[in-house]
Design a binder for this molecule. Sequence first.
Ligand SMILES: Cc1ncc(C[n+]2csc(CCOP(=O)(O)OP(=O)(O)O)c2C)c(N)n1
Ligand code: SF4
Ligand SMILES: [Mg+2]
Length: 343
Amino acid sequence: MAETTTFTNATQILEPFRGVKRVTIEEYFTSGHRTCQGCESALVMKLMVKASGPRTIVLGSTGCMYVANTTYYTTPWVVPWMHTQLGSSGSAALGTAAGLKALMKKGKMKSESINVIAFCGDGGGADMGLGAISATLTHKEYNSLILLYDNESYANTDIQLSGMTPYGANTTFSPPGKIHRIIHKRWKKNMAGMMAAGHPECRYVATVCASYAVEMMNKVRRALTIGGPTFIHSLDPCPKGWDYDPMLSHELGELAIETGIFPLYEVEDGELRYYGKTKAIVEGRPRKPVREYLLKQGRFAHFTEEDLAYFQAKVDETWDKWEVPGVVPFKRVDASQAALTKP
Ligand SMILES: Cc1ncc(C[n+]2csc(CCOP(=O)(O)OP(=O)(O)O)c2C)c(N)n1
Ligand code: SF4
Ligand SMILES: [Mg+2]
């Protein structure tokens, strides 16, 4: 069939919700899922697709948000959705966006702007699927959003540690013992910073937390409006994996930001904007001690004062020593030392 001339590759213009009262009431992720009580990742799915609206295709890699959301013959998804293999959210996003574009260009389907969102967990996205996500973020000719929902473990298979699990956390792969108290000694990857710093064709990278729901939805809307490949990292408290009372999910999300452990920001066309309490911290508000966040979770119950001090010092470093606080982990070398390193 001949190419139509109507194809534009335009995105939907999704204006920000100006306050909670302006948020649309329609739901596209409804009843029918079986996630744990207090599961923030389920809330992220609901907010994500509420923000994107009905003309959206959702692709999801294996994990809690696949398994618990698509039990045989039930699903909460109102929009079209497809499962994709654990490490392939990037490939699924790119392939779907490219497929839609090809079909529209050939006139085989109506030319319209359809949002393509692929979500992945931290295991599927930050570990296994990192290469495919990175590749997708280099293809500016295809519009897609990759949303990483980070519950800081391979939760669906019973809480194994991932590259996004915080230092020292008790997981099924890192149970504290009598001789070795801290088994997991690696510091968490900096996904959003890595994506923003390393992908010049990606115009929009943001961090979000569902404790700040309107802000989160507006970042999803901004990413989809800007178009090309975009990336959002969401920190999602997980009552089962983090071992806390489900009623604390919202509070833990807030504490992650107030302690400076998880900064809220966006990078649009290379310009960095901090948000909410992170912005206040950057402007001088004291951060809460990390112990207020860590000691509310059973996965850190074995921490001693020494462990808490180490964790605090590492977080302090991101604010006091990083070139772009909380975002980019380079440190300036003073001029005399820099000269010594020259050939
Ligand atoms: C290639 C592959 N390896 C292992 C699995 C088993 N598996 C299914 S879900 C899952 C955990 C995924 O963790 P994450 O991406 O963080 O999502 P979460 O379960 O935490 O929501 C694993 C290991 C799989 N489905 N495919
Ligand atoms: S294990 Fe965690 S992420 Fe998975 S459904 Fe339960 S609360 Fe949600
Ligand atoms: Mg996970």
